[in-house]
Design a protein around this ligand. Structure first.
Ligand SMILES: [Zn+2]
Length: 58
């Protein structure tokens, strides 16, 4: 069970750095592999806004 379709995930990029995104099913978020920002997925729709993204835990 994926958060979003693999086809959609494949074409999406991090809006902050254009890095590739990885699904985090536990957090229900798409996490950027480059800058680490986590974009929430709400009702199956990824919220690709830097303002809504959760920064990586330090
Ligand atoms: Zn990024």
């Amino acid at each position: 069970m994926s958060l979003i379709s693999p086809e959609l995930l494949a074409i999406m990029q991090c809006p902050a750095c254009h890095g590739d995104l990885v699904e985090d099913e536990e957090r229900k978020a798409l996490v950027c592999g480059s800058c680490g920002l986590a974009y929430p997925v709400r009702d199956g729709i990824p919220v690709m806004l830097v303002d809504e993204a959760v920064p990586p835990e330090s």
